[in-house]
Design a protein around this ligand. Structure first.
Ligand SMILES: [Zn+2]
Length: 301
């Protein structure tokens, strides 16, 4: 099922249930009379307030309290409460729309996972790197820097990170540690390998796949996106580079941080993906690059 359809059906079910409860309650004559009068009372109260008639206002308030009380008792006799008469949504934060304002609700990731199989790895479960381990791996300085990034997130000067290093330099470990710290603070973090990213692109490219946009949306809207080992994936013509460009563009545009790890140094990255992707990853205003395993541990852009 498409995620939009899923949310729409959740909302419809909640609304239907409320309508059914209301109809049932209104079969009771006394409830119906009170209910109709209560709607009138709201209007009468507004007028009384406008007219400044305090006495009338008080009398109306008393009537309102009495009728509401009476209806609560009637509802209780039916095993209902006032709350059952309006839709009860599964997610109170977004009322089952998936969005809070223009931001993705935290339920979106869970929903998209359950609908679509998971997108990448659950970042909360990634192993943390503690100080002794970081020291042991010779990554103390970089680890400290990333720990501060995770603490300040998303109020960080440089939103994007490119962590460059060969196999066994600990780049995936550090990226996972950062992702886990940020996810544990309640942010929506998508952590996936470049191989998994490619699969999301391929699925999105397939116009006949109903769920095509679900995973792509997760990548586009996650508070933090971590792409592990960029450059290791197969470069599919008309898919990998164009969608990567669109993805990075969109995220930079909305100031959503992206954390990329990779084997490729900046020159190789430029050759591999071209100037446009390169300039999104190494955007001076948004990005910082960290080199692991070389003499020069970091290049500041
Ligand atoms: Zn929600």
């Amino acid at each position: 099922m498409d995620i939009k359809t899923y949310y729409a059906s959740l909302r419809a079910a909640a609304q239907e249930k409320a309508a059914r409860n209301t109809a049932r309650a209104r079969e009771n004559r006394q409830f119906r009379e009170n209910d109709n009068r209560l709607a009138e009372l709201e209007r009468d109260l507004a007028f009384a307030e406008l007219e400044g008639d305090r006495e009338k206002e008080k009398a109306l308030e008393r009537e309102k309290t009495r009728r509401r009380e009476e209806n609560r008792t009637i509802l209780a006799s039916m095993g209902l409460t006032e709350r059952d008469l309006s839709p009860v949504y599964a997610c109170e934060k977004c009322n089952d729309t998936g969005f809070v304002g223009t931001k993705l609700c935290s339920c979106f990731y869970t929903v998209s996972q359950s609908l679509n199989g998971s997108v990448g790895t659950d970042a909360k479960t990634l192993p943390l790197v503690d100080e002794p381990l970081a020291k042991q791996l010779g990554l103390f300085e970089v680890h400290e820097k990333l720990r501060r990034y995770a603490e300040k997130f998303p109020s960080v000067n440089k939103k994007n990170i490119y962590l460059c290093g060969g196999t066994g330099t600990g780049k995936t470990l550090l990226a996972g540690d950062t992702a886990a710290r940020i996810a544990r603070r309640g942010y929506c973090v998508v952590f996936l390998t470049s191989f998994e990213m490619n699969n999301v692109f391929l699925k999105y490219h397939d116009l006949f796949n109903d769920a095509r946009s679900v995973s792509m949306n997760a990548l586009l809207h996650a508070d933090l996106l971590v792409i592990d080992d960029l450059g290791a994936e197969q470069n599919f013509k008309n898919v990998t580079t164009p969608y990567l460009l669109a993805l990075l563009n969109e995220r930079n545009l909305h100031a959503l941080p992206t954390f990329i790890t990779g084997n490729l140094n900046p020159d190789e990255l430029l050759r591999h993906y071209g100037e446009r992707v390169f300039s999104r990853i190494f955007d001076k205003r948004l990005s910082t690059a960290i080199m692991l395993g070389g003499n020069d541990k970091r290049i500041r852009l």
